[in-house]
Every structure is written in C-alpha cells, then in structure tokens.
Design a protein around this ligand. Structure first.
Ligand code: NAD
Length: 496
C-alpha cells in the first residue's frame, strides 16, 4: 500500500479523472467556493461539461472491466486498506471537511471515522448468489449470479460531504462497479481527497472519478448513455429531475435519498433528560442541516414545562464559534444563502404567530465577522397552517408542539408527504411497538435519534425517496441478478 498524505493544496484542481486531478483544458466555466467559517473565497473550481463526462466514462469503463474480474475478496482487501488510510489521516481529512462545510471538527472526525467503518463493512459484504435446486431426479438446477451494473453516476448533497460520497462509492465499487461522483458545488473538496486515498489503497486508475459542477454537470451525468445506474442525495425537487433525466434516453435504475420532515415524540413516561438530549440530537447536529432531523418535537402536555425549561437551558449552553475549535458545538451554516433561508423560516413562523423561545439571530464570532453563524432557534405556538409545520427547514430550528393523546401525536407525526425518519421517547414497550408499526418513516429511533451504521439500511418512504443506502439492502441497488438454468441430464425432449 502506498503511503497517503492529504495534499496541502487539497482545494486546488478539483476534477479527478483516470486516477489524477486534471484541469479541464478549454473550460472557462468556473464557480467560486466560499469557506463557511470565514466567508472568504476558498477556491474557484472548473465545472465539468458533457464532453468531460464522456472522458470520465471512457476511463471508468476501462477500469470497471478489469475491476469486476478481480474476485470480491481481493477487492475487499483494497476497501479495507482504504479504511486504514482514512483512520491514519482522520485529522487532515476532517480539517478539510470543516473548511469545506463549516461543521464542528469533532463532528467532522466522527463522520470521517464512520467512512472507515463503511469501507470495512462493504469489504466483506455478501455478494453471493443463490443455489436453487429444481429436480435432483431430472438433474436440473438453477442458480443466480450477482453481477455489477457497470458505471454508476452519483450526485451528492453538501451536508455530509465525505460520508455521502462514501455511502455511494463503497457499495458501488464493492459490487464491482466504477463510479463518477459529483459532489455539491458548495463542498467540492473532500470527495477528491477520498478519490486520491482510494487510489493509494489500490483501486485502478479510472475506477473512481470526481467531476465538479452544479445542475448542468449533474444532468449530463444522469443522462449519459454509458451510465448504468444513478444514485442521488438531495432535495425532492432535484430528485424529480434526476428520475426524469435517468429515464430520458436509456432506462436506468435510480436510488433517491431526498428530504424529510420528521417528528420526535416525547411521551410523559420518558426519561426527560434523555428526551432533551434526543431532541437536541434531532435538531442541532451539523447546524441542523441533517435530512432525518426531527424539527417537529411533539411533547406530552403534562411534561411540557420541565422539558422546555431543560431544553432551553441546555441549548443556551452550546458553544457557537470557530468550527476548528474542538470545544465548538455549533459551527457555521454552509452558505450565506442557506443561512438566510433558515432564518427566513424562523421569521415566517414568528410573523404567522409562533413564539420564539430562544435564539434565531445571526451569531457574531470573534475573528470571523463574515462567517455564516446562526444561533439555534426554539419555537412554540406552532399551528398546521404555518410554513415551518410542513416544509423541510434543514437548519437548527426546533418546533415544540404539545399533544394530549397518542392518536393526536401519531396524526401530527404522519401529517407529512415525507417519510424519512421519526423518533419516540418512552419507557412503555407496548406503546413503542405500536408507534414503530404505525409511523410512516423509513427509519424509526426509540429512546435515541439519528443513529447510523453501515450495516443498517437507510432511506425514506413517500417523498423522501426510494432505494436504500448501507446494509445488505444497498447491494441490491448496486448489482443485478442473473438467473441461470442448468440441465445436467444429457437429454432434452423436443416439445414440437
Ligand atoms: P439539491 O437538490 O439542491 O442538490 C443536490 C445535488 O444535486 C447537488 O450536487 C446539485 O449540484 C445537484 N443538482 C442540482 N440540480 C441538478 C439537476 N438538474 N440534475 C442533476 N443534479 C443536480 O440539494 P442540496 O441543497 O445539496 O441538499 C439538501 C437536500 O438534500 C435536503 O432536502 C436534504 O434533506 C437532502 N438530503 C437527503 C439525504 C438523505 O439521505 N435522504 C441526505 C442529505 C441531504
């Protein structure tokens, strides 16, 4: 295994094709990337065009044919080396994740280490087919082979940049595919570091490519003929375009990991300290920019007062500031536009009659007057007609909604077209099981929130998308099954 170090110039030349960073020679089409921590320009990036997608596809096809011929256990060795290299370089990779995204360094380290776990998990995932006995007497049998799809086109969001890239790249290459990954134009850096690291771990040139750009680049990847599968993480509106684009010319299988509007239900029989921790975990990680966040925190009226008091005390104590400071718990929002959008939700709720109990103002952080810092907000007095009740906020805005009965809580939680996640805090086992069964969500958390594991499938119901990432379920989405019938009897009757 070659030694890997993260380049000090990690944010320069960010298209990665055929095993190296490349300049897109004749392209004047660039976009600026801002560092959320300071608001300064971090870098300027060349956006890939359709012809660049074609170039990446040629490299990817060549690499994929070779890679798919390597036995899965040998491919697994390369994935495990990648996991080792990620662990060895966790500090440097996390540094760039913070510079790119603005999240607190301790969270970035957890994200990066989770990527190592993901590569480890997929290094040994079960790719076996089935043996299906038909008739011993007639010497007939059938079996299935699990085969790669070819080249995967992958498009990611900005809130978990390296984890989103990993959740697509690890299962795709474990199953024998090549991949062209397009990160969000807001966070273009760490996917390229990951591609370089995979190269050092032993993936062949061209197996993992990173192309930069926005919607036009993403559209070109979805629609390109040589792309055999599309996997997307982002908003519902873009997800619809992706699904259309992926079927425009050639029909391609699609995985869509989309937005959400989740609830966390706090019952009167819960442990209030745990429930406060859970509500904060469900709203304030990554400045609230988490797809499965439960902005609707439903609280049984009998414990509303102690719950709210404790929640606000704890929220007020969270240090907001430089995300590179290990003590920081609330870092910078990803962009000035997104900060304005999140604050706009708080303002609209207040204008519609909600009460702001805490935060919701731009936070000033010494040394970074132009950084994108926002205090987490806690609102109450929410009604179903308010914009914040129905729409995904994707920021640290927690809505406290009281309820009286279990049916009422279930009704509010399921009153959404999304279905990504839901949480419950209760010590009543029967109640927990009733809600697990009745909640319309792809992920349910009991006395916890936002847990993830590479071994556990993640994905949504309803408008939150389809397909699953992680776990054995992901293998279904990155491979195809060939069914084989065998006649070993030596004779075949002619039916005509
Ligand atoms: P977005 O939809 O604006 O962009 C996502 C990606 O799609 C970006 O890379 C963007 O450049 C690209 N894109 C934009 N237009 C495109 C087009 N026409 N064709 C192809 N690609 C195109 O979303 P975002 O603002 O980056 O991310 C926030 C959204 O992502 C939220 O709704 C959030 O809930 C969701 N999200 C979902 C999950 C999940 O696992 N379900 C995880 C993270 C984020």
């Amino acid at each position: 295994m070659s030694k890997f170090t993260v380049s000090k110039q990690a944010a320069r030349v960010l298209n990665f094709v055929g095993g190296k960073r490349i300049s897109l020679a004749t392209n004047n089409n660039t976009f600026k990337v801002y560092e959320p921590r300071s608001g300064e320009v971090l870098t300027e990036v060349e956006a890939a065009r359709r012809s660049d997608v074609e170039t990446a596809l040629q490299a990817a096809h060549k690499a994929q044919t070779h890679w798919a011929s390597i036995p899965p256990p040998e491919r697994g060795v390369v994935l495990r080396r990648a996991a080792e290299l990620i662990r060895e370089n966790v500090d440097d990779i996390s540094y760039w994740e913070v510079i790119d995204n603005g999240k607190p360094i301790e969270e970035a380290k957890a994200d990066v280490l989770s990527c190592a776990e993901t590569f480890d998990y997929f290094s040994a995932v079960d790719l076996n087919g089935e043996h299906i006995p038909l008739s011993d007497a007639d010497k007939r049998l059938a079996y299935t082979r699990r085969e790669p799809l070819g080249v995967v086109g992958a498009i990611g969001a900005w809130n978990y940049p390296i984890q989103t890239a990993t959740w697509k790249i690890a299962p795709a290459i474990a199953c024998g595919n090549a991949i062209i990954y397009k990160p969000s134009p807001l966070t273009p850096v760490t996917a390229v570091i990951l591609a370089e690291l995979l190269q050092s771990a032993g993936v062949p040139d061209g197996l993992v490519n990173v192309l930069q750009g926005g919607g036009l680049t993403g559209g070109s990847i979805c629609q390109a003929r040589g792309i055999n599968k599309v996997t997307f993480t982002g908003s519902v509106s873009t997800g619809k375009l992706i699904a259309q684009g992926a079927a425009a010319d050639y029909v391609k299988p699609v995985t869509l990991e989309l937005g959400g509007k989740s609830s966390c239900i706090i019952f009167e029989d819960c442990d209030i300290d745990m429930a406060v921790s859970g509500a904060m975990m469900a709203n304030f990680y990554s400045q609230g920019q988490v797809c499965s966040n439960a902005s609707k925190v439903l609280v049984h009226r009998s414990i509303l007062e102690p719950f709210t008091k404790s929640l606000i005390e704890h929220t007020a104590k969270m240090p907001i500031g430089d995300p590179l400071n290990p003590k920081t718990r609330i870092g910078a929002t990803v962009s000035a536009e997104h900060l304005a959008k999140v604050n706009g939700f708080t303002a609209s709720a207040v204008a519609e009659g909600a009460k702001l109990l805490h935060g919701g103002q731009k936070a000033s952080v010494p040394d970074f007057p132009n950084g994108y810092y926002l205090e987490p907000a806690v609102l109450t007095g929410i009604t179903p007609k308010m914009t914040v009740y129905g729409e995904e906020i994707f920021g640290a805005v927690l809505l406290i909604i009281p309820f009286d009965t279990d049916d009422e809580a279930l009704g509010i939680a399921n009153d959404t077209c999304f279905g990504l996640a839901a949480g419950i805090f209760t010590n009543n086992l029967a109640r927990a099981h009733t809600f697990i069964n009745k909640l319309h969500a792809g992920n349910v958390y009991v006395n916890t929130y936002n847990d993830v594991s590479p071994a556990v499938p993640f994905g949504g119901y309803g408008q939150s998308g389809y397909g699953r990432e992680n776990g054995k379920a992901a293998v279904e989405h990155y491979s195809q099954i060939k069914s084989v019938f065998i006649n070993a009897s030596g004779k075949l009757d002619n039916p005509f």
